[in-house]
Design a protein around this ligand. Structure first.
Ligand SMILES: *Cc1c(COP(=O)(O)O)cnc(C)c1O
Length: 361
């Protein structure tokens, strides 16, 4: 059965006990006589489960009371549009930090809807580095500063956060949600697709400072309007019920395993096992990424030739290690080591990398 090691970048690995709980409660949710996914979202058993999910998030992410939490559909990608629609006024300008595939897509969508200032453009370093957080000072009249906390494809991650003063800070945290403690109060909005660290695809988590909603553009259509979702506690329309249920189970698993601090320890341990293997390979395996911003979630690496990388992938597969191919846009290799991935799987990958070098180096 589940004898494979899952290094996929997203959707990605979930804790086995979460999958088992979903399976065992699928037909009859805790004696309610109905399945969670065939019950109305305006009553039990959904309401109890939903409220627990929100309070677990508040607890584990330390989200202050003046922030709304809700889930939307449309993936993180819909937020690339909703953010400028809501917060970039017709005569305004927003600062964007172009740091890789995902921030670039957000930048592109925002540019179609309003004026964007490219505060930082990583194309000079092929998106292998980030600006130093303490040096980031958005322009005074900026409507917001936008960044992506972890570039899933490029494998770079912010280690610290800019102080943006009166300029709202907005972050896409799709691929490092709850992998470490985050000072939520520094952000006006945090969002992320849950399918990397928190659950299956289908739900996008939105954490919105109430004050931010006062800056909204007017005349938005219903679904595009954050205030409407906030006012209705995320239940303006049918929320992604199945994903939310799975997220709740993952949050319980995270809590049991030490919360955000526990996840950070796991992430540091797992990523250092692989980075050490790279650094100790004498150049046989290389990392294209600035050491100061190495991601603890997505580890990109290269071998000397594409032939060798192909061989690596096919032999890894024979060893039950899946999802190690780099994104098609950049090539190379990538190991995603999200929250739920067991430490043993990472150790097995490290052993395999060393063995591969012995045989081919
Ligand atoms: C996966 C990912 C996205 C896109 O998410 P969808 O839910 O597929 O739209 C956006 N940003 C980051 C950082 C991601 O990792």
């Amino acid at each position: 059965m589940r004898d494979k090691k899952n290094f996929f970048a997203g959707p990605s690995v979930l804790p086995l006990e979460v999958l088992e709980a979903l399976q065992s409660d699928l037909l009859d949710y805790k004696g309610s006589g109905v399945s969670m996914i065939e019950a109305s979202h305006r009553g039990e058993p959904f309401e109890g489960m939903y409220n627990e999910t929100l309070s677990l998030l508040r607890e584990l992410m330390n989200i202050p009371a003046d922030y709304d939490i809700f889930f939307l559909g449309g993936g993180a990608t819909l937020q690339f549009t909703m953010i400028p629609m809501n917060f970039l006024p017709p005569n305004g300008v927003a600062d964007y930090i172009k740091s890789g595939t995902w921030a670039n897509k957000a930048t592109e969508d925002a540019s179609k809807l309003g004026k964007v200032n490219l505060y930082y453009d990583g194309s000079d370093n092929k998106f292998t580095s980030l600006p130093e957080a303490s040096s980031v000072k958005p322009s005074k009249n900026s409507s917001y500063l936008y960044l992506c906390s972890n570039e899933t494809i490029g494998g770079i991650e912010w280690q610290d956060w800019p102080e943006t003063g009166n300029v709202p800070l907005i972050a896409d945290m799709s691929s490092d949600l709850l992998s470490r403690p985050v000072p939520v109060e520094k952000f006006s909005m945090i969002y992320g697709g849950v399918q990397k660290n928190l659950g299956p695809a289908g739900a996008t988590l939105i954490i919105m400072k109430k004050e931010m909603l006062e800056r909204q553009n007017k005349n938005l259509t219903a679904y595009m309007d954050y205030s409407l979702h906030a006012k209705n506690d995320g239940l303006y329309n049918t929320p992604p019920v199945f994903s939310i249920w799975a997220v709740k189970l993952v949050l319980e698993w995270i809590k049991k395993n030490g919360g955000a601090v526990g996840m950070e320890k796991r992430a540091s341990l797992k990523s250092s096992i692989i980075y050490d293997t790279i650094d100790n390979s004498g150049g046989f395996i290389t990392s294209p990424v600035d050491k100061a911003y190495r991601s603890k979630m997505n580890i990109v690496f290269r071998l000397q030739s594409e032939e060798l990388e192909k061989k690596f992938l096919s032999e890894a597969k024979q060893h039950g290690m899946l999802g190690l191919k780099g994104h098609r846009s950049v090539g190379g290799l990538r190991a995603s080591v999200y929250n739920s991935l067991p430490v043993e799987d990472v150790m097995a990958l490290s052993d395999f990398m060393k063995e591969f070098q012995r045989a081919n180096g």
